[in-house]
Ligand binder design. Sequence first.
Ligand SMILES: Nc1ncnc2c1ncn2[C@@H]1O[C@H](COP(=O)(O)OP(=O)(O)OP(=O)(O)O)[C@@H](O)[C@H]1O
Ligand SMILES: [Mg+2]
Length: 235
Amino acid sequence: MLLEVRNITKTYGPQKALDNVSLDIPRGQVVGLLGPNGAGKSTLMRSILGYLPTDGGTVTFDGMDVRDGGDGLRSRMGYLPEHNPLYREMYVREFLDFIADLHGIKGRQARNAKVEEIVTRVGLTPEAHKRIAALSKGYRQRVGLAQAILHDPELLILDEPTSGLDPLQLKDIRALIRSFGENRTVILSTHIMQEVEAMCDRVIMIKQGRIVEDAPLDDLIAKGGLEEAFNALAG
Ligand SMILES: Nc1ncnc2c1ncn2[C@@H]1O[C@H](COP(=O)(O)OP(=O)(O)OP(=O)(O)O)[C@@H](O)[C@H]1O
Ligand SMILES: [Mg+2]
């Protein structure tokens, strides 16, 4: 199993952001996390990355506890955080070069080649000469995705990767995520049920810090239950 989450709990004061959450994710799955605002999706993602100390439970990535794995383990994961924080004053290529350097890609030529490869892959070519601050939201999102996949991580964690995108950008970004997910493992969060249908193999629904549904997408659709389950989640 690539990822094993066992009984993790995270409390903020009196509030349980995660309440005894367990799940297994094998290699090669694209997993969609659905749940209302405040359900615990971002908290779960940050716990999986090992960024967030939890109050109990363990997260194991390829047999290693994520809290002990350090940089070696984190370099095997890619992360697009919820609000896509970027160095706005940097140029797109300059930023991606910096990320490539962080990932230990040595030598100007190797880094340039990597940056150009990733710029092409995420469809940033026409905008790559600009400062990040000058980009539209959709293109900024592509930069966020570019930094998350640059080092070809085994596990990609995307926190609301398509929020606020126009329909065309949405289509492109979904296709990009799907193609990445063909031979990699992806966990993404979203508020849009259609998005899960378009991209995911498996659906996990979270409510008030607990998993209330965890099933293959096809099973939920076959039961006619995706919409129903989603409505139950909202209600
Ligand atoms: N640093 C923090 N301090 C206090 N409470 C927090 C903190 N981070 C998260 N929480 C609380 O934990 C709960 C879960 O938050 P989380 O951000 O994981 O939800 P989410 O499912 O990602 O929601 P959204 O869809 O709005 O992004 C919320 O009630 C939130 O207020
Ligand atoms: Mg969130």
